[in-house]
Write a protein that binds this ligand. Structure first.
Ligand code: TPP
Ligand code: MG
Length: 345
């Protein structure tokens, strides 16, 4: 029997991110992104403080440093499009306009939280806002994200699902099963790899045979792109293109967002696997919020004082959410017996 030469993929996988400093935007749009990213940053800082004060128990994974990824993706989404992610999920919820009070109340285990105080940081949902969790099992959200896309295709509703996962999750077997089915059926799903360069304490270089994660779809004929995940406009443009691709029936795409998390993996991570200098360098040279601030000031769309006012208003919103959470009651003990099974008639 003649051996078949494996067919080489003709699909492009672009390597170099485009120069982003000159991307098209305007005053309102950029000030909007500034606000959205700053809300996530201030919310997460406050969550970190509440954790330190013993107000948040269990797991708590902060998104600080990665704000441009979810903000840029949200900017490219249309009504009806959905998000699903792992446990580093507070930023996604805020980006989808879920109420900061309900998120903070859930983090602190209060009855007024999104899961009635019984889920915590990793387990919140809002079908109304098109947020499908919040998943603690690494990679589990990827096949579920493909499932959302399958439902959208079946219902012919033109919605696209965005499944976010990490560089570590990108080595998970179920991710590849989802890739295969997503392309086989040309499902309207975007696989957003948030490559923050570490999976707990393990760097991409130590864990991955192929470190260019946007190439991971080649065997499935899924086009992949590398994106500067610290640049909200670069993310917006790449996400818009990918979502349009999926919505028009051409199937999935992979976007590798190169980003960085400033804090530890979770609140209990002593972060001994990287140097302080490495973190300082990322924060000083690539911070997504600073980059937007710089452009706003250069274009003279706002003054330093205007931006300080925005920050003040955001800090007030976040303080309100923390006060609301702390003043809310804990769930009643009888809640132990609710939401365990759904009764079907
Ligand atoms: C199936 C499974 N294996 C291991 C873990 C433990 N674990 C939790 S987070 C994590 C690292 C994942 O890193 P990455 O996908 O890069 O996401 P990041 O935390 O950087 O956002 C691991 C191994 C888990 N929760 N689930
Ligand atoms: Mg990671």
């Amino acid at each position: 029997m003649a051996t078949k030469t494996p067919k080489k993929s003709t699909k492009k996988s672009s390597a170099a991110p485009k120069k982003a400093a000159s991307r098209t935007t305007d005053k309102d749009e950029l000030l909007g992104y500034y606000r959205d990213m700053l809300l996530i940053r201030r919310f997460e800082e406050r969550a970190g403080q509440l954790y330190g004060m013993g107000q948040i128990a269990g797991f708590c994974h902060l998104y600080i440093g990665q704000e441009a990824v979810v903000t840029g993706c949200k900017a490219a989404m249309k009504d009806g499009d959905q998000m699903i992610t792992g446990y580093r999920d507070h930023g996604h919820m805020l980006a989808l306009d879920m109420d900061p009070k309900g998120v903070m109340a859930e983090l602190t285990g209060r009855a007024t939280g999104y899961s009635k105080g019984k889920g915590g940081s990793m387990h919140m949902f809002s079908t109304e806002k098109k947020f499908y969790g919040g998943h603690g099992i690494v990679g589990a959200q990827v096949p579920i994200g493909a499932g959302l896309a399958f439902a959208n295709q079946y219902l012919e509703n033109k919605a696209v699902s965005l499944a976010f996962f990490g560089d570590g999750a990108s080595n998970q077997g179920q991710v590849y099963e989802a890739f295969n089915m997503a392309k086989l059926w040309n499902l309207p799903v975007i696989f957003v790899i948030e490559n923050n360069q570490y999976a707990m304490g393990t760097s991409v270089q130590r864990a991955s045979a192929e470190t260019e994660l946007f190439k991971r779809g080649i065997s499935f004929e899924i086009e992949g792109k590398l994106v500067d995940g610290m640049d909200v406009l670069a993310v917006r443009d790449a996400a818009a293109e990918a979502i349009e691709h999926a919505r028009s029936g051409k199937g999935p795409m992979i976007l590798e967002m190169k980003t960085y998390r400033y804090r530890g993996h979770s609140m209990s991570d002593p972060a001994k696997y990287r140097s302080r200098d490495e973190v300082t360098k990322a924060r000083d040279e690539t911070d997504p919020i600073d980059a937007v601030k710089k452009r706003i000031l250069t274009e003279k769309w706002a003054s330093e004082d205007d931006l300080k006012e925005i920050d003040k208003a955001i800090k007030a919103t976040v303080k309100d959410s923390a006060d609301f959470a702390i003043e809310s009651p804990e769930p009643d003990p009888s809640e132990l017996w609710t939401d365990v099974l759904i009764e079907v008639d």
